[in-house]
Design a protein around this ligand. Structure first.
Ligand SMILES: Cc1ncc(COP(=O)(O)O)c(C=O)c1O
Length: 390
């Protein structure tokens, strides 16, 4: 139900004149089109027919190798063989669901959490246990409570610039979560698509680096290169890693050899390291425009996250605000956002929340869109029209 409601919103988004704060997709301007023309030639010269051939399920060896060394830079030791390439990190989440979840199995997730993970896991019919969150991510005491109540098959977290909230788990809490997971001998799935998109502040350690034997780490090239390549990767402890290969083999034999060869060439040529600062410079003003417009226009009683990176801001209104109903009014006025309720595993939660994305519009358009949303919200809470605060 949640997914189809969001699809309805995303359908309207393509109408002319609509400003979308709804998606979570990279700006097309961030794709290195000219470079891909050159890389296409380079891949054909270097790998020839092998780039178009069937390949190993585990992944295209040169890509596994360059990803393993990038992981080592993040203090996540991995040999190339341990890095399984998946069709987006979505492919990793589905494979994890397949090998780990049987109907009725308890699975612990943040509330709210990434909707795509719920969709991936739902096919395997888990029973969700929810972990409470605040501005610093999951609350360790809540995780402790969930795990003390009974073992779970896995704990799923997006610790950095989370989808949908943009929040990051604080450094102290990362250590606390790693300790709790180790003590309960639990398995954590750390989904990390956004940590490279940091506009301010210093990098945080992955939980994988703090509890390597208890964490399955997955990431993707979708947000920093191009989602159309469908390149994700997963690093899991044995024997899960072996099971993931078997599960993937039955689904798609392997991810696109061509995409993997292009990605390998891109990464090993140092292009991501050169390109990333440009992406950050491109998104940073968009995020700043959103945060300053929220501060300027949103009515009293609303709060929002102030992430140091990623692609989302999460806003919350006072009790009684129904962002689902108000989304229709905003759509009529040409602005789309996603009501937050769809990201909660339990129905009825998060009615006053909304997810706002800032990658797809320029700063001026973002300011205009936030002002419109603010007017609609202000109307709902009986606040005076938006304008500078005293
Ligand atoms: C938290 C999270 N995980 C996974 C994905 C899936 O990304 P992909 O399958 O493109 O790698 C997304 C995409 O938005 C995401 O936000």
């Amino acid at each position: 139900m949640g997914a189809s409601a969001i699809r309805e919103i995303l359908k309207v988004v393509s109408q002319p004149g609509m400003i979308s704060l709804a998606g979570g997709i990279p700006a097309p301007e961030s794709f290195p089109l000219e470079l891909f023309r050159i890389l296409t030639d380079a891949v054909l010269s270097k790998y020839g027919a092998a780039a178009l051939q069937y390949d190993r399920t585990e992944g295209f060896a040169p890509l596994q190798s360059v990803l393993a060394s990038r992981l080592a830079d993040r203090l996540i030791p991995a040999t190339p063989d341990q890095v399984l390439i998946t069709s987006g990190s979505q492919g990793a989440l589905d494979a994890l669901g397949k090998v780990l979840i049987a109907p009725g199995d308890p699975v612990a997730v943040e509330s709210p959490t990434y909707l795509g993970a719920l969709q991936a896991f739902n096919s395997y019919e888990p029973h969700y246990r929810t972990i409470e969150t605040d501005d610093d991510g999951v609350i360790p005491e809540s995780l402790e409570e969930v795990l003390t109540a009974g073992a779970v098959k896995l704990v799923y977290l997006v610790p950095t610039f989370q989808n949908p909230t943009g929040r990051s788990l604080s450094r102290e809490r990362r250590h606390a979560v790693a300790e709790i997971i180790r003590r309960h001998d639990a398995l954590l799935v750390e989904d990390d698509p956004y940590s490279d998109l940091r506009y301010r502040g210093s990098p945080l350690p992955s939980i994988k680096s703090l509890a390597p034997d208890h964490v399955v780490y997955t990431s993707t090239l979708s947000k920093v290169l191009a989602p159309g390549l469908r390149i994700g990767y997963v690093l899991a402890p044995e024997p899960i890693s072996r099971w993931l290969v078997i599960a993937k083999q039955g689904v798609d034999l392997h991810s696109s050899t061509w995409s993997q060869a292009l990605a390998a060439e891109y990464l090993s040529g140092g292009h991501l390291d050169r390109h990333l600062p440009r992406i950050l410079d491109f998104y940073r003003p968009r995020q700043e425009a959103m945060l300053s417009a929220l501060a300027e226009h949103f009515p009293p009683g609303f709060t929002w996250s102030r992430p140091e990176g990623g692609v989302f801001v999460w806003a919350q209104g006072p009790e009684g605000v129904d962002t689902d109903v108000l989304a229709h009014e905003c759509l009529r006025r040409g602005v789309a956002y996603v009501p937050g309720r769809y990201f909660y595993p339990c129905p009825g939660a998060g009615l006053a929340t909304m997810r706002l994305n800032y990658t797809m519009a320029d700063p001026e358009t973002i300011r205009r869109a936030v002002r419109i949303v603010a007017e609609v919200m202000g109307g709902a809470v009986g606040a005076p029209g938006p304008g500078p605060r005293p």
